[in-house]
Design a protein around this ligand. Structure first.
Ligand SMILES: Cc1cc2nc3c(=O)[nH]c(=O)nc-3n(C[C@H](O)[C@H](O)[C@H](O)COP(=O)(O)O)c2cc1C
Length: 139
């Protein structure tokens, strides 16, 4: 985790792992984070095949908590995991899964046109029937 104001070097390092598109807006976030999965159980070293699921679930809970506090997180697949590993000395057995920006929502007009259009477009969610099935796959 790196705060833009308090941990400028770490913030810049994390920002540098993001794709140029993501850097464009994420540079203004108050905080940048990495969601990292622990691929094995610390107690016995056995593989944790739910590590990615756990990490995504934890991030989703953070999204809800942020919203409850009047903040917002923005999750990103658009980052370079190897760069993140190098920049923060993340050891083997831990997988950088996503980058996350946290902050207060800024005005859409401050964004470049394409991002402003995305930000203000009506949210469309896929119908549940497209991805939840009864009985059998796609049943
Ligand atoms: C795993 C994952 C990766 C994502 N990667 C990116 C990304 O690299 N850049 C980006 O701008 N949005 C990315 N998104 C989308 C945003 O996090 C967010 O879901 C999207 O802007 C929709 O926002 P809304 O829920 O307010 O409609 C990603 C979302 C998820 C779940």
């Amino acid at each position: 985790m790196a705060r833009r104001d308090a941990d400028a070097a770490a913030f810049a390092a994390l920002l540098g792992t993001l794709t140029p598109n993501n850097q464009g807006w994420a540079q203004h976030a108050g905080v940048l984070m990495l969601a990292v999965a622990h691929s094995s159980f610390p107690a016995n070293g056995n593989p944790n095949r739910h590590a990615l699921y756990d990490t995504g679930a934890a991030s989703a809970q953070m999204a809800l908590q942020a919203a409850a506090l009047g903040l917002q997180i923005h999750q990103m697949a658009g980052f370079d995991p190897q760069k993140a590993r190098d920049a923060f000395a993340i050891p083997e057995g831990f997988e950088p899964v996503a980058a996350i920006a946290l902050g207060h929502v800024g005005p859409a007009e401050a964004l470049p046109d394409a991002l402003a259009a995305r930000e203000t477009a009506p949210r469309q969610r896929r119908p549940i029937g497209e991805f939840a099935f009864f009985g059998s796959w796609q049943g």
